[in-house]
Each structure stands twice: as C-alpha cells, then as structure tokens.
Design a binder for this molecule. Sequence first.
Ligand code: SF4
Length: 302
Amino acid sequence: MHSLSATPSPATAQVMPPSVNFHLWEPCNMRCRFCFATFQDVRKDVLPKGHLPKQEALKLVELLALRFQKITFAGGEPLLCPWLPELVAAAKARGATTMLVTNGSRLDADTLARLHGVMDWVTLSIDSMSPQTHAALGRAVHGKALPVEHYLTLAERIRAAGMRLKVNTVVTNLNAGEDQTAFLRELRPERWKLLRVLSVEGQNTGKVEPLFCPREDFDAFVARHRGLEHDGIVLVPEDNEDMRGSYAMVDPAGRFFDNVQGGHRYSAPILQHGLDAAWSQVQFSIDRFVGRDGFYAFGGES
Ligand code: SF4
C-alpha cells in the first residue's frame, strides 16, 4: 500500500502518469446533480460550443497518444460527438489503449460496430439498480432513466464486441444503502470504480450538497460489496481525497486541468503551448495516482 502525499506537487514531465482523461465534449443528454464535469465555465469563458473543432481534436489526440499509454474519452457524453470514432482510431493507430466513459443512452449496436477494433474498454456509468433513484439523481434523459435490462444488454454487447467492461458508480446518500451485488454479478465488469460523491467548486456546487454521503456510509457500501472480488470483479473505491490531484485530465478546450484546490484550474491550451509547458501548469500527485490503483494492467491481461 502506498502512502498518500499531503499536498500534490507541481507537475513535471517526469511524473506524467501513463493515462489521461480527455473530456472532449461538454454537451450531455443527462443532468446528474453530482456531475463533476459540467464545464459550464469553459463554455462561458473560452469555448461557446463546448468542444474543439474536429481537426484540432484529432491533432490533440495524436499529441496525447505520443506521451500517454492510455486515453480515456469522457465528456459530457462523448457518444454525442459525431467524430468520436475517428478520435479513438487516431489514438489506437498510435499505440494507445483506449477507453470510453459513457452514460449508455447512445451505445447502440451501430455505434459499437463503428468502435469495433479501436475501442479497448467501455466504462458504463451506473449508480443504482432503481430507475426511480437514477431519475432522482438526474441520471436520466428528459427525466426518464434507463431500465436495468438496458444496462445488462449493453454489458453483453460490449463483451461480444471484444471490448473490456468497467463500471463507474457515484455513491451518494440516495444509493449508499443499496446492495447491488446481484446486479453487478450479472453485469460482470472487470473493474468497478466506486466514487464517493465529490463537491467541485464551479462544476456541481449548489446542486450536489443534498447528495453528500458520510464517509462511514461510503465505507459501508464498499464493504457490503467486497464479496464481488471472489467473482473476479476488482473493486476500486475512491474517497474524496483520492480523487484530488490524482488524474491527468484535459478539458473540452484542450487544456490540462486539476481539481486540487476544490475547483478546476486550467493550463494554457496544449496545442498552442505544448504538452510539457501545459502540464507544468497543473498539480498532480503520482503517489495519489498509485494509491487509487491507476497503474493497473489496462493494456494487457487483467
Ligand atoms: S452522464 Fe456523465 S457527463 Fe452527463 S451529467 Fe451525468 S455524470 Fe455528467
């Protein structure tokens, strides 16, 4: 077990981690009240459309793939981006492991076919087995949550397409009491990330507070599901301090950002200033990255 450093140090090229999350697209068709990545500040200040033009996004992905072994395509909802398959193919062609984080509402058979051969991992964001709870959380399209059967079908389709499956769950006071063991056994992800709801200034403050989950409730949720490890599912719990300064993240405007001080702090644009110069402007802790199991075998056998 690695110790967590008290304060993340200024990032340097030497401590660049092997993986990066590219939040390529601000628009989303869901309205999760806890969403850490709403990017309304980005839209208001620098990028009214909420995403880079296609050619710039492609250049950025090519640059990221030179330095990061894994690129996670996140949003917003990345499947709303018409050129996502081209971005993923560009990353794959340069040798990167690729991952998608999706709310699952747009992952139909055609989309999976377009991503076949270039997408290595799919992460489904699922917080509850109850559509009512999802609707109350805002994990719903026009107020309508996806049925449980939809997620189970998606999991099968993802595996059938040769992609590896991960699930992300945000633990709030609305789902912390659930026992999701049977559901996860049916879904059968390789990894299940459990995130304790986090307040991020300027992203979800003003909406997230009623969802706060006490640490003991989060710990109890994790403990209740530990038995899933006997089924081959790796549990990856992340409490609030594990999530700060432990990710390399790029915003829809093509800038690194960190969340060390409570809100997002953005670097200069990577395409204009270069990877190293932009990276030196955010804070990152490799110890925290290691502490949250960031070094798992994402490219090979699990
Ligand atoms: S689906 Fe994802 S990006 Fe969209 S609102 Fe929910 S957490 Fe945010």
